[in-house]
Structures are given as C-alpha cells and as structure tokens.
Design a protein around this ligand. Structure first.
Ligand SMILES: Nc1ncnc2c1ncn2[C@@H]1O[C@H](COP(=O)(O)OP(=O)(O)OP(=O)(O)O)[C@@H](O)[C@H]1O
Length: 298
C-alpha cells in the first residue's frame, strides 16, 4: 500500500520568522500519522501557489500552510481549476489570520499545530474574483485602500481596532466613489467609500464584522458603506464589536452568489489583505470547495 502524501508549504518570513521550528513540529505529527511529508519553503510571490498546484497534480492528500493570510491566499490559489484538491491544514503566523479565526483554529501556532491531529474537517466555500480565488474578503473603494495600507508592524503594534482608528484618522475627507454593483439580478448604484464582500464572519481581524456569514452558506455577504461618518465616532467600535455593521443606518447589506462591481473611476481592490485587481471585478462563490482540518469539538 502506498503511503499518504502530505506537503508542508511554509513562509519563513511570516510572523516572527519562527516558521522553521513549526515546520519540524508539523512534520512530526504528520509522520506519526503515516504521511510521507514534503516540505517546501517559499522564497517570494507565487511560490505557495506553484507548490500547492503541484500537490494537486501529484494527488497529494494534505497540504499544510504555515504563514499569514497572504501565504494562505497564495496556497489556495494553487487549487484553482484542479479536480483533485488536497485537504488543507492551517498554521496561522500572520497578524490578522481571518481564515483561522473563522474556523476556530487557534491563533497560537503551537496550539494550531496540536489541532492538526484532529479528525474533524469542514468543507468550506471559496470565492472567485476575476481569475483568482479568495478565502475571506474582497474590499474596494478609497477607504479600503487606506485601511489596508497599514503595515504589518503597525498592525501588530496597535491591534485591530487601534490600527483601524489610526488608518481612519486622516480620512475624514476620503472621497466616496461612484459604484455600480450588480448582484444576482439586482443593482445597487451610488456613492461609497467602501464595499466589502465577505465569505466568513471575520474581516480584518474583526470576528463579528459579518456575524451571519457561515463558512459554508454558499453566499457572499456584501456591505456597502454609504457614508464615511459610519467610521467617525466610537459607534464604529460598537458596530464592529457587536456585529451590527449591517444594521447601521449608513450601511446597505445584502447577500448574493455572484456580484459585479464597476466604476468609471480607477479603484483598486484588496483581496484577503493583499492588493487585488482594479475595478471592474466579477466575484462569485464556489460553494463547499475545499476541506479544511478544524479543531475537535470539546
Ligand atoms: N522567503 C520569503 N521572504 C520574504 N517574503 C516572502 C518569502 N516567501 C513569501 N514571501 C512573501 O510573503 C507574503 C505573504 O506573507 P504572509 O501574509 O503570509 O505573512 P505576514 O506578512 O507575516 O502576515 P500578515 O500580513 O498577516 O502580517 C507574500 O507576499 C509572499 O510573496
């Protein structure tokens, strides 16, 4: 009988650059489960995608991503258009780690590694934006550009809420952009500084930003901010922490399976925390697309 194959994809630059020690811990667990293990360290952009693509083509059973949301995003992109998609395990080393948060995977890497022994998995939705996959969120608009331009160092120094406030400090004059959003046969048209399309309940480290989003509901949860003043006062904090962004009077909320966003203005997007394509974008959900190891329920 041939052995089961596992690939570890590790970004040595992620987090506090402790990936190396984690790789050996993960390898030990996988070998104790009778996996034959291949370790691939990324050296730069695109590597995680290429490694995961070969894992798919080689019929690998399991891929473990050790790194931040950027590494995870690149890893899942290796699964695009592949008939065989390995199970996925996640060891979060980034500052935000939305995907791990949404699946209750520990944000402590050592604990997340122990959780890889779990026999439980969850089959989750992925999203497709133009010709790429995403795991978590697409953001578009002037506010998205400002928010996501905060560096990792600033984020870890300040924490999610603080960095948000920091990022927003100079934004009172952030222009709204004219957006046309077509979703499942309906149209939203108007001025907005921020459009968010979330697959999970965790966006930018805020675990309750999109509380109704289940990882396997087959839906894209969309938020259109109509007025920057949503973000002006502490109501921002309260809205986000209590998960009522969608109920805010200046926010329109809807769910859809497919969304087109366009504008006459040049607007960039942010996808899973990394710079994404400029508008126009076409987003659709790929229901229950990959199987992810999740912690055992206690
Ligand atoms: N060996 C490497 N050295 C430097 N950068 C790398 C290396 N391998 C991959 N990268 C780059 O690292 C980025 C992904 O980093 P990732 O998001 O996983 O970690 P992080 O920056 O620590 O996380 P976060 O952004 O959440 O703080 C990608 O842009 C990728 O191209």
């Amino acid at each position: 009988m041939s052995m089961r194959q596992a690939m570890i994809i590790s970004n040595p630059s992620s987090g506090k650059e402790e990936a190396e020690q984690y790789v050996s811990q993960v390898r030990e667990i996988l070998e104790s489960q009778q996996y034959e293990v291949v370790v691939n360290e990324t050296a730069g952009e695109g590597d995680a995608t290429n490694y995961c693509q070969s894992a798919c083509k080689d019929g690998c059973d399991l891929v473990i991503s050790i790194g931040g949301d950027g590494t995870l995003h690149e890893t899942i992109n290796g699964m695009m258009d592949q008939d065989h998609r390995p199970r996925l395990g996640v060891v979060p080393l980034g500052t935000v780690n939305d995907f791990a948060r949404a699946l209750n995977i520990s944000l402590d890497p050592e604990e997340a590694i122990r959780q890889l022994r779990s026999s439980q998995t969850h089959i989750v939705d992925l999203g497709k934006i133009n010709d790429r996959l995403f795991a978590n969120v697409v953001a578009a608009g002037s506010l998205a550009e400002a928010l996501f331009s905060v560096s990792s160092e600033e984020k870890s120094k300040l924490g999610s809420f603080a960095y948000l406030k920091e990022g927003l400090k100079d934004l009172v004059n952030t222009p709204a952009n004219h957006l046309t959003i077509e979703y499942d046969g309906q149209i939203w048209e108007g001025e907005s500084p921020l459009f968010l399309a979330a697959l999970t309940n965790s966006v930018g480290g805020f675990e309750k930003l999109s509380p109704d989003a289940e990882v396997d509901d087959g839906l894209i949860h969309c938020f259109v901010v109509r007025n920057i003043s949503v973000f002006n006062s502490l109501t921002l904090g309260t809205s986000l922490f209590f998960g009522s962004l969608k109920d805010h009077k200046d926010v329109d909320y809807f769910t859809a399976k497919e969304v087109h966003v366009r504008s006459d203005e040049a607007i960039r997007t942010n996808v899973d925390g990394e710079e994404g394509p400029a508008l126009p974008i076409h987003i659709r959900v790929l229901p229950r697309h990959i199987e992810v190891i999740i912690p055992e329920e206690v």
